[in-house]
Ligand binder design. Structure first.
Ligand code: ATP
Length: 319
């Protein structure tokens, strides 16, 4: 189970803090009706996975950021729109800290892939600045700031496995045993989350039989939680579901072909992660994942093998 480890040595001034924060998959995602504020209530089961972001924070008078990584980082803003910068500024304004920070973000979570990479950067920036500036916020206050930054930021702090309700930000940790192996296919342009939700609303308004109706008060299928507790990938594959999948596939029909393709190569299931377009294929074990990954790579897909659950945002080094 992931926890929030912010342990740093007290006393001396810090010059450099390195923090790691995980990306996530939604192994279950039920979407309720649209709310008066325009958001949808959801019931989500998150799993933090081994695609992780690394953020280094160093002292500065301003708020600046540099972004590198093993994924295509072209779409990542380098100004105040960046979630990591927004997180640092929010922490400063909440605590009265008058200095700034320079953040270097090393990204390994696909951008705009439905895996919460920006949220992970925000969580990492909060924890890194809290350590660097010695603002020492209690965990509950960090979670409060996290939920103000975005629905997926609190889970990036917590990690592990958790049920999210409300907008996905009201979290209860869930038990999980063992390890789940996933093959991620991350090719294709990012999909905008609001556009995918809009498409789901449109498809539901047509009352199509192949579209999950709105869940009213969405709830998590208990079978998903049982499968996670038992470490049973085959049962998880049968119970896993994402209400946004049909909408993402309607907007990008190649996704449905890709899901069928991965299952044809032996995946237990293929799930669009969040609002997509990353597709996560669940494999029976690491060897099966390696084989499925090889086949998909031979077909020209951009593939990575990750596992979960992994821990939440933590300070790796502080000096
Ligand atoms: P969401 O579901 O919140 O849209 P996502 O997981 O699909 O998120 P992210 O990689 O978090 O995708 O980024 C979504 C968009 O947010 C990007 O296209 C980018 O314009 C913007 N963004 C802001 N800050 C960041 C960041 N630190 N890393 C990546 N994208 C960021």
């Amino acid at each position: 189970m992931g926890g929030l480890d912010r342990t740093v040595s007290h006393g001396a001034t810090l010059d450099r803090v390195l923090v790691r924060a995980p990306g996530k998959l939604n192994v279950f995602f039920a979407v309720g009706d649209v709310q008066p504020d325009g958001y949808h209530d959801v019931a989500s089961v998150y799993q933090a996975v081994s695609a992780v972001e690394e953020v280094v924070a160093t002292p500065s008078d301003d708020f600046t950021i540099a972004v590198t990584g093993s994924v295509d980082v072209e779409g990542v803003p380098l100004d105040d729109r960046n979630l990591a910068i927004r997180a640092a500024r929010l922490l400063a304004s909440e605590t009265g800290y008058t200095g700034g920070v320079h953040l270097v973000v090393d990204k390994h979570v696909p951008v705009a892939g439905g895996m919460g990479g920006g949220s992970a950067d925000a969580a990492a920036a909060l924890v890194a600045c809290d350590a660097l500036w010695r603002t020492g916020l209690p965990v509950a206050r960090l979670h409060d700031l996290a939920s103000r930054l975005g629905a997926d930021v609190p889970f990036a702090l917590l990690g592990g496995t958790a049920v999210g309700t409300g907008r996905g930000d009201q979290l209860s940790p869930a038990l999980a045993r063992g390890r789940f192996d996933w093959v991620l296919v991350t090719d294709g342009e990012g999909l905008s989350t609001p556009v995918v939700y809009g498409e789901l609303d449109r498809l539901r308004a047509q009352r199509r039989p192949d579209i999950a109706p709105d869940a009213g008060d969405p709830v998590v299928d208990p079978q998903v939680l049982q499968a996670l507790r038992a470490g049973d990938a085959a049962t998880l594959a049968r119970a896993a579901r994402n209400d946004l999948q049909a909408a993402a596939c309607a907007l990008r029909p190649a996704l449905a072909d890709l899901v069928a393709d991965g299952i044809g190569h032996g995946a237990l299931t293929g799930l669009v992660s969040g609002s997509g377009p990353t597709v996560a294929f669940l494999a029976a074990d690491p060897d099966a994942a390696a084989m499925i990954g090889e086949r998909l790579a031979e077909e020209g897909h951009d593939v990575r093998h990750v596992h979960g659950p992994v821990g939440g945002t933590r300070v790796v080094s502080a000096s």
